[in-house]
Design a protein around this ligand. Structure first.
Ligand code: FES
Length: 204
């Protein structure tokens, strides 16, 4: 049998997930966020209990139909966020989660985004349902390339799928292949997502 490609910590969190919602237990929550699509088998839901005075997360639960990497990433994330403020929590990135986990195989990094995104939705849900709309983070994806209708989200997705330079990004998304005026913006977004998800600071 092949050996596992995962770190001991990933295996531990996959086998013994923390703060997971089993059988819809009676967990009273103040906010809920959902991402993914159950038809694709990768839905993730995050539930938060929040102190209204300090806006600190006091407890949480989550559930998913995602894979081992999604389960381990979200499990470790659920431990990281207890005692953190909502705004600090919103800024947790994949790199932070992967550092905590001791790494993930490159082709599994995109799975760790699920918990992160559901958590961000839950934070925005709290602000919206508690009269703090001015604190909501904008999650709408901006169009970077008007000619080919390529959004920031598509560039992020391409990075998570393995794109590492501008040429590969063009191959996958066709960004910048018409008038070319979006190139600087597209390169900037590519650099941003490579750093955010993989800690890569320079591209070719
Ligand atoms: S705006 Fe991207 S190619 Fe024209």
């Amino acid at each position: 049998m092949n050996s596992w490609l995962y770190s001991e910590k990933v295996k531990d969190h996959f086998m013994n997930p923390r703060n997971i919602m089993f059988n819809d237990e009676d967990f009273e929550y103040d906010a809920m966020g959902k991402t993914g699509n159950i038809k694709c088998g990768d839905e993730m839901i995050f539930y938060l209990k929040i102190d209204p005075e300090t806006l600190i997360i006091t407890d949480c639960r989550w559930k998913t139909f995602g894979c081992a990497s999604a389960i381990a990433s979200t499990s470790v994330l659920s431990e990281m966020i207890k005692g953190m403020s909502l705004d600090d929590t919103y800024n947790i990135s994949n790199v932070d989660i992967m550092e905590e986990l001791g790494g993930l195989p490159d082709n599994k990094v995109h799975c760790s985004v699920l918990g992160d995104k559901a958590l961000q939705e839950a934070i925005n849900n709290y602000y919206i349902t508690h009269g703090m709309e001015d604190r909501v983070h904008d999650t709408k994806s901006r169009i970077v390339c008007e000619c080919l209708n390529v959004s920031e989200e598509e560039i992020e997705h391409a990075v998570l799928e393995g794109v590492r330079n501008y040429y590969q990004l063009q191959e996958m998304t066709k960004v910048g292949t018409s008038c070319g005026k979006c190139e600087e913006d597209a390169r900037e977004r590519l650099t941003f997502y490579l750093d955010r998800h993989f800690g890569i600071k320079e591209i070719n």
